[in-house]
Design a protein around this ligand. Structure first.
Ligand SMILES: [Mn+2]
Length: 328
Protein backbone atom coordinates (compact mmCIF):
# COMPACT_ATOMS: atom_id res chain seq x y z
CA UNK A 1 0.00 0.00 0.00
CA UNK A 2 1.21 3.49 -0.85
CA UNK A 3 2.15 5.95 1.91
CA UNK A 4 -0.57 8.61 2.15
CA UNK A 5 -3.16 6.31 0.62
CA UNK A 6 -5.88 8.16 -1.31
CA UNK A 7 -9.19 6.33 -1.48
CA UNK A 8 -10.66 6.05 -4.97
CA UNK A 9 -7.27 6.34 -6.68
CA UNK A 10 -5.61 3.37 -8.33
CA UNK A 11 -3.02 1.94 -5.90
CA UNK A 12 -4.12 4.73 -3.55
CA UNK A 13 -1.56 7.03 -5.18
CA UNK A 14 -1.86 10.75 -4.58
CA UNK A 15 -1.92 13.06 -7.59
CA UNK A 16 0.73 15.67 -6.94
CA UNK A 17 1.07 17.44 -10.29
CA UNK A 18 -1.55 18.50 -12.86
CA UNK A 19 0.08 16.86 -15.89
CA UNK A 20 -0.98 13.31 -16.66
CA UNK A 21 1.41 10.57 -17.82
CA UNK A 22 -0.86 7.60 -17.19
CA UNK A 23 -4.63 7.67 -16.81
CA UNK A 24 -6.84 5.02 -15.22
CA UNK A 25 -10.26 5.12 -16.90
CA UNK A 26 -13.34 3.21 -15.70
CA UNK A 27 -16.12 1.92 -17.92
CA UNK A 28 -18.73 0.39 -15.59
CA UNK A 29 -20.61 -0.99 -18.58
CA UNK A 30 -22.76 -4.08 -18.53
CA UNK A 31 -25.23 -5.00 -21.17
CA UNK A 32 -24.70 -8.36 -22.67
CA UNK A 33 -22.71 -10.49 -20.21
CA UNK A 34 -24.25 -13.88 -20.78
CA UNK A 35 -23.66 -15.90 -17.62
CA UNK A 36 -22.64 -14.05 -14.48
CA UNK A 37 -23.37 -10.41 -13.84
CA UNK A 38 -21.87 -7.51 -11.97
CA UNK A 39 -19.29 -6.11 -14.42
CA UNK A 40 -20.75 -2.63 -13.90
CA UNK A 41 -19.28 -2.69 -10.38
CA UNK A 42 -15.98 -4.17 -11.60
CA UNK A 43 -13.84 -1.05 -12.11
CA UNK A 44 -14.56 0.41 -8.67
CA UNK A 45 -13.91 -2.99 -7.05
CA UNK A 46 -10.61 -3.26 -8.92
CA UNK A 47 -9.52 0.20 -7.78
CA UNK A 48 -10.48 -0.66 -4.18
CA UNK A 49 -8.58 -3.97 -4.40
CA UNK A 50 -5.52 -2.19 -5.79
CA UNK A 51 -4.97 -0.84 -2.28
CA UNK A 52 -3.58 -4.27 -1.43
CA UNK A 53 -1.25 -4.56 -4.45
CA UNK A 54 2.44 -4.03 -3.76
CA UNK A 55 3.89 -0.84 -5.25
CA UNK A 56 7.23 -2.59 -5.61
CA UNK A 57 7.88 -4.10 -9.04
CA UNK A 58 11.18 -5.83 -9.75
CA UNK A 59 11.44 -4.10 -13.16
CA UNK A 60 11.70 -0.67 -11.55
CA UNK A 61 14.44 0.86 -9.43
CA UNK A 62 11.93 2.78 -7.31
CA UNK A 63 8.41 2.14 -6.04
CA UNK A 64 5.35 3.01 -8.11
CA UNK A 65 4.53 5.57 -9.35
CA UNK A 66 8.30 5.76 -9.97
CA UNK A 67 8.30 9.41 -11.02
CA UNK A 68 5.30 9.12 -13.31
CA UNK A 69 2.08 11.10 -12.79
CA UNK A 70 -0.91 8.73 -12.59
CA UNK A 71 -4.44 10.13 -12.74
CA UNK A 72 -7.46 8.05 -11.78
CA UNK A 73 -10.28 9.66 -13.77
CA UNK A 74 -13.89 9.82 -12.62
CA UNK A 75 -15.74 6.81 -14.01
CA UNK A 76 -17.94 6.96 -17.12
CA UNK A 77 -21.44 8.02 -16.12
CA UNK A 78 -23.41 5.38 -18.00
CA UNK A 79 -24.98 7.89 -20.37
CA UNK A 80 -27.06 6.92 -23.40
CA UNK A 81 -30.60 5.61 -23.70
CA UNK A 82 -29.80 2.96 -26.28
CA UNK A 83 -26.97 0.47 -26.70
CA UNK A 84 -25.46 2.42 -29.59
CA UNK A 85 -25.78 5.72 -27.71
CA UNK A 86 -23.94 4.12 -24.78
CA UNK A 87 -21.14 2.94 -27.06
CA UNK A 88 -20.80 6.47 -28.44
CA UNK A 89 -20.90 7.93 -24.94
CA UNK A 90 -18.07 5.64 -23.83
CA UNK A 91 -16.01 6.68 -26.85
CA UNK A 92 -16.66 10.33 -25.99
CA UNK A 93 -15.42 9.64 -22.45
CA UNK A 94 -12.28 7.83 -23.64
CA UNK A 95 -11.20 9.94 -26.61
CA UNK A 96 -9.52 12.88 -24.79
CA UNK A 97 -7.09 10.40 -23.21
CA UNK A 98 -6.20 8.65 -26.49
CA UNK A 99 -4.44 11.55 -28.21
CA UNK A 100 -0.96 10.13 -27.65
CA UNK A 101 0.26 12.27 -24.75
CA UNK A 102 -0.51 9.78 -21.98
CA UNK A 103 -0.95 6.04 -21.53
CA UNK A 104 -4.55 4.95 -20.85
CA UNK A 105 -5.44 1.85 -18.83
CA UNK A 106 -9.18 1.21 -19.14
CA UNK A 107 -10.94 -0.88 -16.49
CA UNK A 108 -14.16 -2.65 -17.55
CA UNK A 109 -16.92 -3.42 -17.65
CA UNK A 110 -17.73 -6.21 -20.04
CA UNK A 111 -15.56 -6.90 -23.07
CA UNK A 112 -18.17 -5.20 -25.27
CA UNK A 113 -16.19 -2.03 -24.44
CA UNK A 114 -13.41 -3.03 -26.87
CA UNK A 115 -14.93 -1.45 -30.00
CA UNK A 116 -15.28 1.86 -28.11
CA UNK A 117 -11.64 1.68 -27.02
CA UNK A 118 -10.60 1.17 -30.64
CA UNK A 119 -12.91 3.92 -31.92
CA UNK A 120 -11.25 6.28 -29.42
CA UNK A 121 -7.78 5.67 -30.87
CA UNK A 122 -6.07 8.54 -32.66
CA UNK A 123 -3.85 6.08 -34.56
CA UNK A 124 -5.13 4.51 -37.77
CA UNK A 125 -6.70 1.17 -36.83
CA UNK A 126 -5.08 -0.61 -39.78
CA UNK A 127 -1.68 0.02 -38.16
CA UNK A 128 -2.73 -1.34 -34.78
CA UNK A 129 -2.22 -4.86 -33.47
CA UNK A 130 -4.57 -5.95 -30.70
CA UNK A 131 -3.07 -8.47 -28.29
CA UNK A 132 -6.03 -10.13 -26.57
CA UNK A 133 -5.75 -12.35 -23.51
CA UNK A 134 -9.09 -14.16 -23.30
CA UNK A 135 -10.75 -17.53 -22.72
CA UNK A 136 -13.07 -16.70 -25.60
CA UNK A 137 -12.28 -15.75 -29.16
CA UNK A 138 -14.99 -13.04 -29.20
CA UNK A 139 -15.21 -13.58 -32.97
CA UNK A 140 -18.92 -14.41 -33.27
CA UNK A 141 -20.93 -12.49 -35.84
CA UNK A 142 -23.67 -12.13 -33.20
CA UNK A 143 -24.87 -13.70 -29.95
CA UNK A 144 -28.59 -13.96 -29.27
CA UNK A 145 -29.18 -11.51 -32.13
CA UNK A 146 -26.85 -8.88 -30.62
CA UNK A 147 -23.83 -7.97 -32.73
CA UNK A 148 -22.39 -5.68 -29.99
CA UNK A 149 -22.30 -8.54 -27.47
CA UNK A 150 -19.02 -9.08 -25.60
CA UNK A 151 -18.87 -12.37 -27.53
CA UNK A 152 -18.42 -10.38 -30.77
CA UNK A 153 -16.00 -7.69 -29.54
CA UNK A 154 -12.97 -8.87 -31.51
CA UNK A 155 -15.01 -9.48 -34.66
CA UNK A 156 -16.34 -5.91 -34.54
CA UNK A 157 -12.84 -4.43 -34.18
CA UNK A 158 -11.68 -6.37 -37.26
CA UNK A 159 -14.65 -4.94 -39.16
CA UNK A 160 -13.63 -1.49 -37.94
CA UNK A 161 -10.27 -2.05 -39.62
CA UNK A 162 -7.87 -3.29 -36.96
CA UNK A 163 -4.84 -4.65 -38.80
CA UNK A 164 -3.87 -7.63 -36.71
CA UNK A 165 -5.23 -9.64 -33.78
CA UNK A 166 -3.14 -11.96 -31.60
CA UNK A 167 -5.16 -14.03 -29.14
CA UNK A 168 -3.74 -15.78 -26.07
CA UNK A 169 -5.42 -18.43 -23.92
CA UNK A 170 -8.54 -19.08 -26.01
CA UNK A 171 -10.34 -22.28 -25.01
CA UNK A 172 -14.10 -21.70 -25.36
CA UNK A 173 -15.20 -20.95 -28.91
CA UNK A 174 -17.68 -21.95 -31.55
CA UNK A 175 -17.34 -23.59 -34.95
CA UNK A 176 -17.97 -20.20 -36.58
CA UNK A 177 -15.09 -18.70 -34.58
CA UNK A 178 -12.78 -21.63 -35.36
CA UNK A 179 -13.40 -20.93 -39.04
CA UNK A 180 -12.55 -17.24 -38.65
CA UNK A 181 -9.34 -18.19 -36.81
CA UNK A 182 -8.51 -20.64 -39.59
CA UNK A 183 -9.31 -18.35 -42.51
CA UNK A 184 -8.71 -14.72 -41.50
CA UNK A 185 -5.02 -13.96 -42.05
CA UNK A 186 -5.21 -11.03 -39.60
CA UNK A 187 -5.99 -13.39 -36.71
CA UNK A 188 -3.39 -15.51 -34.92
CA UNK A 189 -4.71 -17.52 -31.99
CA UNK A 190 -2.67 -19.29 -29.33
CA UNK A 191 -5.07 -21.75 -27.74
CA UNK A 192 -4.74 -22.49 -24.03
CA UNK A 193 -4.56 -26.24 -24.61
CA UNK A 194 -1.52 -25.78 -26.87
CA UNK A 195 0.19 -23.18 -24.69
CA UNK A 196 -0.28 -25.34 -21.61
CA UNK A 197 0.03 -28.78 -23.14
CA UNK A 198 1.83 -31.14 -20.72
CA UNK A 199 4.28 -32.21 -23.46
CA UNK A 200 4.50 -29.42 -26.05
CA UNK A 201 3.41 -26.43 -23.99
CA UNK A 202 6.90 -24.98 -23.54
CA UNK A 203 7.54 -25.05 -27.28
CA UNK A 204 4.25 -23.33 -28.11
CA UNK A 205 4.75 -20.80 -25.30
CA UNK A 206 8.13 -19.89 -26.80
CA UNK A 207 6.47 -19.49 -30.21
CA UNK A 208 4.03 -17.04 -28.62
CA UNK A 209 6.84 -15.07 -26.98
CA UNK A 210 8.66 -14.92 -30.33
CA UNK A 211 5.53 -13.48 -31.95
CA UNK A 212 5.07 -10.91 -29.15
CA UNK A 213 8.74 -9.92 -29.56
CA UNK A 214 8.41 -9.44 -33.31
CA UNK A 215 5.30 -7.22 -33.52
CA UNK A 216 6.03 -3.87 -35.13
CA UNK A 217 4.06 -0.65 -34.68
CA UNK A 218 1.31 0.39 -32.27
CA UNK A 219 -0.31 -2.22 -30.02
CA UNK A 220 -3.42 -2.21 -27.87
CA UNK A 221 -3.32 -4.81 -25.07
CA UNK A 222 -6.78 -6.11 -24.13
CA UNK A 223 -6.90 -8.33 -21.06
CA UNK A 224 -10.19 -10.16 -20.52
CA UNK A 225 -9.56 -11.53 -17.05
CA UNK A 226 -11.37 -14.74 -17.95
CA UNK A 227 -8.25 -15.58 -19.96
CA UNK A 228 -6.77 -16.42 -16.57
CA UNK A 229 -7.60 -19.79 -15.09
CA UNK A 230 -11.10 -19.71 -13.62
CA UNK A 231 -9.69 -20.47 -10.15
CA UNK A 232 -7.98 -17.04 -10.18
CA UNK A 233 -11.06 -15.11 -11.32
CA UNK A 234 -14.03 -17.08 -9.93
CA UNK A 235 -16.45 -14.12 -10.08
CA UNK A 236 -15.84 -12.93 -13.65
CA UNK A 237 -18.84 -13.23 -16.01
CA UNK A 238 -17.77 -16.56 -17.47
CA UNK A 239 -14.92 -18.21 -15.54
CA UNK A 240 -13.38 -21.06 -17.57
CA UNK A 241 -11.10 -23.86 -16.38
CA UNK A 242 -7.81 -24.54 -18.09
CA UNK A 243 -6.58 -20.97 -18.41
CA UNK A 244 -3.40 -18.99 -17.88
CA UNK A 245 -1.62 -18.91 -14.57
CA UNK A 246 -0.38 -15.58 -13.21
CA UNK A 247 3.15 -16.15 -14.47
CA UNK A 248 1.97 -16.82 -18.00
CA UNK A 249 0.22 -13.45 -18.05
CA UNK A 250 3.13 -11.64 -16.40
CA UNK A 251 5.66 -13.09 -18.85
CA UNK A 252 3.52 -12.34 -21.90
CA UNK A 253 2.96 -8.73 -20.76
CA UNK A 254 6.64 -8.18 -19.91
CA UNK A 255 7.85 -9.65 -23.21
CA UNK A 256 5.36 -7.58 -25.20
CA UNK A 257 6.39 -4.31 -23.49
CA UNK A 258 10.09 -5.16 -23.90
CA UNK A 259 9.74 -5.37 -27.70
CA UNK A 260 11.68 -2.35 -29.02
CA UNK A 261 9.86 -2.30 -32.37
CA UNK A 262 6.36 -2.19 -30.85
CA UNK A 263 4.75 0.73 -29.02
CA UNK A 264 2.05 -0.29 -26.56
CA UNK A 265 -0.28 2.69 -26.86
CA UNK A 266 -3.14 1.62 -24.59
CA UNK A 267 -4.51 -1.22 -22.53
CA UNK A 268 -7.71 -2.48 -20.97
CA UNK A 269 -8.51 -4.97 -18.21
CA UNK A 270 -12.11 -6.06 -18.46
CA UNK A 271 -14.87 -8.44 -17.30
CA UNK A 272 -14.04 -7.59 -13.68
CA UNK A 273 -16.83 -8.61 -11.29
CA UNK A 274 -16.52 -8.04 -7.55
CA UNK A 275 -16.59 -11.27 -5.59
CA UNK A 276 -19.30 -11.85 -3.01
CA UNK A 277 -17.22 -14.16 -0.83
CA UNK A 278 -13.66 -13.25 -1.77
CA UNK A 279 -11.86 -10.28 -3.34
CA UNK A 280 -9.69 -12.63 -5.44
CA UNK A 281 -11.23 -11.74 -8.80
CA UNK A 282 -10.82 -7.97 -8.50
CA UNK A 283 -7.44 -8.42 -6.81
CA UNK A 284 -6.18 -10.55 -9.74
CA UNK A 285 -7.43 -7.82 -12.10
CA UNK A 286 -5.68 -5.13 -10.03
CA UNK A 287 -2.43 -7.12 -10.12
CA UNK A 288 -2.63 -7.41 -13.91
CA UNK A 289 -3.35 -3.70 -14.33
CA UNK A 290 -0.42 -2.91 -12.03
CA UNK A 291 1.87 -5.15 -14.07
CA UNK A 292 0.80 -3.28 -17.23
CA UNK A 293 1.45 0.02 -15.44
CA UNK A 294 4.92 -1.05 -14.29
CA UNK A 295 5.83 -2.33 -17.75
CA UNK A 296 4.71 0.95 -19.31
CA UNK A 297 6.83 2.95 -16.85
CA UNK A 298 9.78 0.66 -17.56
CA UNK A 299 9.29 1.23 -21.31
CA UNK A 300 9.42 5.00 -20.66
CA UNK A 301 12.62 4.61 -18.69
CA UNK A 302 14.14 2.55 -21.51
CA UNK A 303 13.21 5.21 -24.09
CA UNK A 304 10.40 3.24 -25.77
CA UNK A 305 7.68 5.81 -25.09
CA UNK A 306 7.71 9.27 -26.58
CA UNK A 307 4.97 11.86 -26.35
CA UNK A 308 5.15 15.33 -27.85
CA UNK A 309 3.49 17.10 -24.94
CA UNK A 310 2.31 16.56 -21.39
CA UNK A 311 -1.21 17.80 -20.72
CA UNK A 312 -3.48 18.23 -17.73
CA UNK A 313 -6.72 16.65 -16.52
CA UNK A 314 -9.24 19.09 -17.97
CA UNK A 315 -9.84 18.08 -21.55
CA UNK A 316 -12.54 19.11 -24.01
CA UNK A 317 -15.04 16.41 -24.95
CA UNK A 318 -15.99 15.86 -28.56
CA UNK A 319 -19.30 14.02 -28.87
CA UNK A 320 -18.88 10.77 -30.78
CA UNK A 321 -21.72 9.50 -32.97
CA UNK A 322 -19.86 6.75 -34.78
CA UNK A 323 -21.89 3.79 -33.51
CA UNK A 324 -25.28 5.48 -33.94
CA UNK A 325 -24.37 6.40 -37.53
CA UNK A 326 -23.49 2.87 -38.60
CA UNK A 327 -25.84 1.28 -41.15
CA UNK A 328 -28.16 -1.16 -39.35
MN1 LIG B 1 -13.60 -11.43 -24.04
Amino acid sequence: MADGYVEGNFLGLSESIPEVDVVILSLPYELTTSYGEGTAKGPAACIAASAQVEIYDSLLSEDLPAGVSIHTAKEWGGFGNSLLAQLDSMTTYLQPWFVGDCFPIVLGGEHGILPTVMQAQSTSLSEITIVQIDAHADLRSQLGGEKWSHACAAARTLEMGVGRLIQIGVRAYSREEAEVIENDSRVQTFFARDLMSPCDGTKVWQELLAVLSSITGPVHLSIDIDGMDGALVPDTGTPVAGGLQMWHAVEAIEVLFANPSAKIISSDVNEIVPGKDSPLTQFTAAMLATKVLACHIHARQEGRWHSPTRNGKERPLIECDYFQSLPV
